[in-house]
Ligand binder design. Structure first.
Ligand code: RB5
Length: 147
């Protein structure tokens, strides 16, 4: 599995911790920045989302101060289901039931230990399908209707 990861200037330290964690686990990832320069979170959201919609990466991680701006921006992109999470239950169920393909978190919201746990849950939980597939299909239909 290959992961796309990106952040804005408010979450560089959290991204470093997550990349070190992925390295330890041998998970392959592509870092889309930023690694220092201040930037606008929608640009990073677009870069990470693009890796997923192109099929280059399976799942993504987007980090900013709150995780909220990243999720708002990423969810504007067709095919993206980004979930802003700060607890284990929501992180597990957004994979099981929503087939979320990007996990968003806020460095100013959660601690490093919890963030790493959420990453592990997100990457190791699969979509349940079944009745949830119908509902995810309806999200896709909404995208079509609105475009
Ligand atoms: C940047 O200061 C901050 O607004 C951004 O990281 C994020 O929290 C937006 O949702």
């Amino acid at each position: 599995m290959k992961i796309a990861i990106g952040c804005d200037h408010a979450a560089i330290e959290l991204k470093k911790a997550i990349m070190a964690h992925l390295d330890e686990q041998g998970v392959e990832y592509q870092n889309l920045g930023t690694d220092g320069d201040p930037c606008d979170y929608p640009d990073m959201a677009e870069a990470v989302a693009g890796k997923i919609t192109s099929g280059e990466c399976e799942l993504g991680i987007l980090l900013c101060g709150t995780g909220i701006g990243m999720s708002m921006a990423a969810n504007k992109i067709k095919g993206i289901r980004a979930a802003c999470c700060s607890d284990c239950f929501s992180t597990r169920y957004t994979r099981l039931h929503n087939d979320a393909n990007i996990l968003c978190m806020g460095e100013r919201v959660i601690g490093k230990g919890l963030a790493l746990e959420l990453v592990d849950i997100f990457l190791s939980t699969g979509f349940e399908g079944g009745r949830h597939q119908r509902r995810v299909d309806k999200i896709t239909a909404l995208e079509e209707k609105e475009s």
